[in-house]
Design a protein around this ligand. Sequence first.
Ligand SMILES: Nc1nc2c(c(=O)[nH]1)N[C@H]1C(S)=C(S)[C@@H](COP(=O)(O)OP(=O)(O)OC[C@H]3O[C@@H](n4cnc5c(=O)[nH]c(N)nc54)[C@H](O)[C@@H]3O)O[C@H]1N2
Ligand SMILES: Nc1nc2c(c(=O)[nH]1)N[C@H]1C(S)=C(S)[C@@H](COP(=O)(O)OP(=O)(O)OC[C@H]3O[C@@H](n4cnc5c(=O)[nH]c(N)nc54)[C@H](O)[C@@H]3O)O[C@H]1N2
Ligand SMILES: [Mo]
Length: 687
Amino acid sequence: MESIYSNVCSSDCRASCRIRTKVQNGRIVGIQGDPIDEYTFGSLCAKGYAHLQRIYAADRITYPMKQLGKGTGKWVRISWDQALHEIAQKLIDIRIKHNTLLPVCLNKYLGTVGLLSRSIDGFFNSIGYITLMTGSPCVATGVDALSLSFGTCKKPVPEDMLNARLILIWGGNPAWTTLHQMRLIFEAREKGAVLVVIDPVLSATAARSDLYVQIKPGADLELALGIAKVLWAENLVDKDFLTNYASDWPSFRASLEKLNLENIAAATDIPVAEIVNLARLIGRTKPMTISLGAGVQHTAVGGQGFRAISALAAMTGNIGIPGGNIHYATFEPWEFAGEFISLKPPQDLRGSPDGNGQFQHRYVGTGRFGELSAMEPPIELLWVASHNPVAQAPNSGAVKEALQSIGTVVVADQFLTPTSHYADYFLPVASHYEYEDIVISYWHYGAAINQKAIDPLGESKSDFAIMRELAITLNKLAPGFSTFPSERPAAEWLDLEMKPQYPRLGIAHYQDLIEHYRRIDLPPVPWQDRTFTTASRKYEFLSVPALTEDPSSPPQLRQGSEEHDYPFRLLRIRSFATLNSQYRNLASMEVISEKTRVLLNPETAYSKGIEEGINVKVYNQLGQIVLPASLSDSIPPDVLSVYIGCDSKHDIELNSIIALIDTDLGEACSDAKGLAFNNTYVNLVRV
Ligand SMILES: Nc1nc2c(c(=O)[nH]1)N[C@H]1C(S)=C(S)[C@@H](COP(=O)(O)OP(=O)(O)OC[C@H]3O[C@@H](n4cnc5c(=O)[nH]c(N)nc54)[C@H](O)[C@@H]3O)O[C@H]1N2
Ligand SMILES: Nc1nc2c(c(=O)[nH]1)N[C@H]1C(S)=C(S)[C@@H](COP(=O)(O)OP(=O)(O)OC[C@H]3O[C@@H](n4cnc5c(=O)[nH]c(N)nc54)[C@H](O)[C@@H]3O)O[C@H]1N2
Ligand SMILES: [Mo]
């Protein structure tokens, strides 16, 4: 018996590719891109094609387990009944002991962007006010920055890049991370568009550009302001936009006039003549569009950097026009009903109010695991889902310490990750081929159904099923503990959550998505009326004087970089073959991707006596890692770049030497500042 199912990749990736899945006798035998998808045109990335191996991987865990001592590796198989009862009893004991559930902490991120994963938040909302790790290690800084300038973070549809004559890729590597956007970039180039890439590393995308600008890491703010100065000085600005649609232009202009281009050249490592040429290209080639990536916003001044870069689009009138604008991210397609999130704990079990008399969660910013150990009441149970913080959060030493110190750590995942090494319970999660769900892309706004193609492998369950069954167990042991409506089937939840989306998609029920390709009806080009959603209803420039150390002195830029004791800036490079910490365990990926290694400039290597392939120790105040060196002219002499490749045998814990440093923004959209992963400095030595 052979059947074909409609699926969609649920990874946290811009593409959210639709997939056609071939099933024979209950087993998936083929995965291919869905040809009806107008964005992917039926092609998948290397990771998508590897789903088949990932689903049936020998090291996938498909039954619940308990570890006899964190970090011992002594896992024993247990039944779901035992796992759920023991965890439920812990929750009940915590409530009895503390009269509040604040000692329970949830740490969840976007291992899946499927709609049903919101049931995890829903479950915890249904039992009480807990400690919630909030914020985003990813887009929060950038979203806040663009919201400050425009009022709302909006973007054009990906295809609008075809209308651009100049494309600036600033701090992103779409050739590896946004494959289908790269196709559109190539098409735009064929039509005559010029591609400029601004990146400290000559990335796969930079290698395909017309003009590559090698910038000093973290100096994007300075470069953007330098370009803005030249645009103004050479009268390459759109006066209509600046007069009628922007606020604060006179003060922004005045601060530009006081900037010194020589200082900017020193801060960015880009000669004045090159800055002037780039500004002329930007000022004279319209429409121009800018694609902003994770690189700029993972620095301590990333938010201000984003605002300064977006100022270039505003000054040149490239806002609200086809082929213009900023491509970044938007949450606009995610306006679901909020049924899960709005669940409330039982009235009589709310616990005690906080200092302000409010009943609400206690928030801890993303990545700040060190803070968990110092809380009162202390954290006694941590639930990690869709996240691998030991591999991905900064300062993994502090993450491990926190996990070690917490009485009960539950990890829900598909594989034994570095995080689950410090867990007491491992709950096996089904892959997205094993239950029905919905994914809406935050990049191209396509809404796709994910059909259940096969039964969950072994005893694995979707996060939804786990939360639902935990609610049932809890209410059996302590009636009325959770308000989670556990009798409601998943399909009904999906329908309820999707109700506000139906008119936007022109469908009557989410299952209509099996036959139809639909996108949320957002305008292809934002801000066409040039009425912004800021307080002034105008585009708002950043305030340059805010950047000076002494506010009373005339506007000037930070000189060079911040204080640090180590000579090399450390950047992590995402691989085309992995997704954050995922896929590295697959043998098929090891074949196509190289192993993890540190890339360094040959000049640096020579000065340190390091040759190709030998092991080097990369270290700083946080610790050290040892990995093979690889010499590359694509890296500036004062930068080291760790390429995270595939090593099925062992994981290199890069983030053990990544410092926890706040970015300048992120709180408005996510309740926590973003993380400046790229502000880490290190040294290296041959071993
Ligand atoms: N294949 C693959 N695809 C992915 C992911 C993955 O891991 N693998 N992850 C997904 C996720 S979670 C995200 S957030 C997106 C991210 O996707 P992108 O936005 O493309 O981000 P990165 O791949 O991190 O690329 C960042 C680039 O910025 C550069 N950079 C570093 N520091 C600076 C700086 O200070 N200034 C400038 N101008 N550039 C800098 C780096 O050298 C790098 O080339 O990709 C998603 N897609
Ligand atoms: N040094 C450095 N660190 C970084 C970054 C960087 O550029 N440099 N980038 C940051 C960014 S942008 C991001 S977004 C984060 C990403 O960090 P994470 O969110 O930790 O990303 P992943 O490594 O993809 O881990 C997701 C986990 O969820 C699991 N998973 C997949 N599907 C499901 C599911 O349906 N249910 C459950 N329960 N689990 C599931 C996967 O197996 C995997 O273990 O990393 C950040 N960390
Ligand atoms: Mo991300």
